[in-house]
Write a protein that binds this ligand. Structure first.
Ligand SMILES: *[C@@H]1O[C@H](CO)[C@@H](O)[C@H](O)[C@H]1NC(C)=O
Ligand SMILES: *[C@@H]1O[C@H](CO)[C@@H](O)[C@H](O)[C@H]1NC(C)=O
Ligand SMILES: *[C@@H]1O[C@H](CO)[C@@H](O)[C@H](O)[C@H]1NC(C)=O
Ligand SMILES: *[C@@H]1O[C@H](CO)[C@@H](O)[C@H](O)[C@H]1NC(C)=O
Ligand SMILES: *[C@@H]1O[C@H](CO)[C@@H](O)[C@H](O)[C@H]1NC(C)=O
Ligand SMILES: *[C@@H]1O[C@H](CO)[C@@H](O)[C@H](O)[C@H]1NC(C)=O
Ligand SMILES: *[C@@H]1O[C@H](CO)[C@@H](O)[C@H](O)[C@H]1NC(C)=O
Ligand SMILES: *[C@@H]1O[C@H](CO)[C@@H](O)[C@H](O)[C@H]1NC(C)=O
Length: 456
């Protein structure tokens, strides 16, 4: 099936009344930061330590009252690469970013010593109250004067904001083309936590054990980009990306306390999985090549960047780069087929490059979109809204999609009731005084929703 048909299918199957239930919580034309004073801000602007148009938000995470936002140092002029917003402050929809844990962690020493946090893309707050910062370590990758520091994991205590650990990846686990942008954290046991860092440049996962304070590098050919899936087209910009393993979604633990890692390269239409049982030791991973599974294909044009599994519902959320959309799949579904994919949100204006997806500990879905391809291959219009944070309770986001977890009998009842109500309404409008007999057209309209639920 061609890409247009895929798109049409997605649009037809998940008809308008059935999705797009997220709302925009924050939006920015450009980012700004909470400098110590207006003078300090002006100084930073004058000295090119702050170049507003070079600041693009990449990653988000929510923990209690804070929403964390990363701003990688792709270009110069990024004053702070990890920040937060206070979710309780509802005074503005375009809040300034507050550096985390403080300004000092983002300052280069007078001796040229790199800042504590160099350039993280995505972070993860675990259920044990720790913030895991995967630091890519590179500065100005999109400019000629790139500086490279070794990538690292920086872990903070979210109660005190104290630095717990900084673990620099050993030299032999970082290759020439390595790029670490995505992290998943397996926190079933707070003392035996594992972090999985995807290497999108030289396909691999670096596994870090909190208990051992040690890491190892796992490779598998399923981590590689598919050479036939490297072409992208977003808002009139056509480009090739060869990014390898990218989306990392961890399921809730099974009875033996192992999770399933759902993963895919960015340049790929396929989804894969592996039990964490085979990642906790490099020898075991190498000896169990078959433990890595191909789940199936999303179909042509359906390359995906980030992904995230909601542990409560078992729903895998993922971005669709070319379609300006976020979609979902129920991991309890034993088939990974195009028709089992649900559409959460699709919009050519507001959802251009969904760059991060998370579910917080209060069961809300959060999505950040940042128009990345436009800022990389064109120019962002600073008079337009460029960055948006969307949110909704997970149950609302998946309701009426193929990922709805409501028991099927309930769904049927809900829809039969709705069908009756719609019929009543329409009949009342058309013929105020007639009896409420069912009219064929309304039955047809509601049937298309019903049929889909019965099919899944
Ligand atoms: C902000 O929140 C406070 C308390 O939570 C509420 O009283 C106020 O109406 C809110 N303001 C807006 C603009 O939503
Ligand atoms: C790096 O190069 C860019 C232009 O490519 C320049 O604007 C910027 O000031 C340079 N940064 C440093 C730290 O030299
Ligand atoms: C799984 O982990 C939990 C939390 O650490 C622990 O209480 C439980 O005993 C573990 N179960 C097994 C089968 O190891
Ligand atoms: C973890 O290991 C690194 C060396 O790889 C070391 O520098 C650091 O001090 C260790 N941290 C802890 C908490 O043991
Ligand atoms: C970009 O690619 C699309 C198909 O993916 C094609 O229709 C379009 O003409 C291309 N645009 C340019 C400027 O090459
Ligand atoms: C990894 O597993 C192998 C085989 O089970 C075992 O011999 C080895 O000691 C393990 N390595 C570590 C670091 O646990
Ligand atoms: C249908 O209408 C009744 C009352 O008229 C209401 O209680 C019920 O929630 C409605 N059902 C749906 C699915 O909208
Ligand atoms: C039915 O129509 C009559 C006038 O034709 C009107 O008086 C009456 O209120 C209507 N009944 C209802 C239930 O709308």
């Amino acid at each position: 099936m061609g890409s247009i048909e895929t798109l049409v299918l997605l649009q037809l199957v998940y008809i308008s009344s059935c999705m797009d239930q997220l709302h925009i919580v924050y939006e920015w034309k450009q980012l700004d930061f909470q400098f110590p004073s207006p003078e300090a801000r002006q100084l930073a602007l004058d000295a090119k330590g702050f170049i507003p148009e070079n600041n693009v938000p990449m990653g988000l995470e929510v923990y209690e009252d804070r929403l964390f936002v990363t701003v990688p140092r792709w270009r110069s002029g990024v004053p702070s690469s990890l920040n937060y917003i206070n979710l309780k402050d509802n005074s503005t929809r375009s809040p300034v970013l507050v550096p985390y844990p403080n300004w000092a962690a983002h300052s280069t020493g007078l001796d040229g010593k790199p800042p504590e946090i160099v350039s993280p893309y995505r972070v993860r707050a675990d259920r044990c109250g720790r913030l895991w910062v995967l630091d890519n370590g590179k500065i100005a990758t999109l400019e000629s004067n790139t500086t490279k520091y070794p990538p690292s994991l920086i872990i903070y205590d979210l109660k005190t904001d104290n630095l717990l650990r900084k673990y620099v990846f050993p030299e032999d686990q970082v290759k020439q083309d390595s790029g670490f942008a995505n992290i998943a954290v397996e926190d079933t046991d707070c003392d035996k936590t594992y972090a999985y860092a995807g290497d999108l440049g030289k396909p691999a996962i670096v596994v870090y054990s909190w208990e051992k304070n040690d890491s190892w590098r796992i490779t598998h050919h399923y981590f590689n980009p598919d050479p036939l899936a490297c072409d992208f087209s977003v808002k009139g910009h056509n480009f090739s990306w060869t990014d390898a393993i990218f989306g990392l979604g961890l399921s809730a633990p099974n009875a033996d306390n192992f999770s399933t890692l759902y993963f895919h390269p960015m340049a790929s239409y396929n989804e894969f999985s592996v039990s964490t049982e085979y990642l906790s030791n490099q020898t075991v991973a190498d000896d169990n090549f078959d433990a890595f599974k191909l789940l199936g294909s999303r179909g042509p044009n359906a390359q995906s960047s980030v992904s995230f599994v909601d542990r409560k519902t078992g729903v895998l959320f993922y971005s669709l780069v070319n379609l300006n959309a976020v979609a979902c799949w129920r991991t309890s579904n034993n088939k990974y087929l195009m028709k089992n994919q649900g559409r959460i949100y699709m919009n050519e204006e507001t959802m251009v490059y969904p760059t991060d997806i998370k579910v917080d500990y209060e069961d809300n879905l959060w999505i950040l979109s940042n128009r990345l391809p436009i800022s990389m291959y064109g120019k962002l219009d600073l008079n337009e809204v460029n960055f948006r944070v969307f949110s909704a309770p997970v149950v609302h986001a998946i309701s009426h999609t193929a990922c709805d977890i409501t028991p099927r009998s309930d769904i049927l009842e809900k829809f039969v009731n709705k069908a009756k109500n719609i019929t009543k309404d329409i009949v009342a409008k058309v013929k105020p005084n007639s009896s409420t007999t069912t009219k064929p057209i309304t039955v047809l309209l509601t049937l298309s929703c019903l049929v889909r639920f019965l099919a899944t």
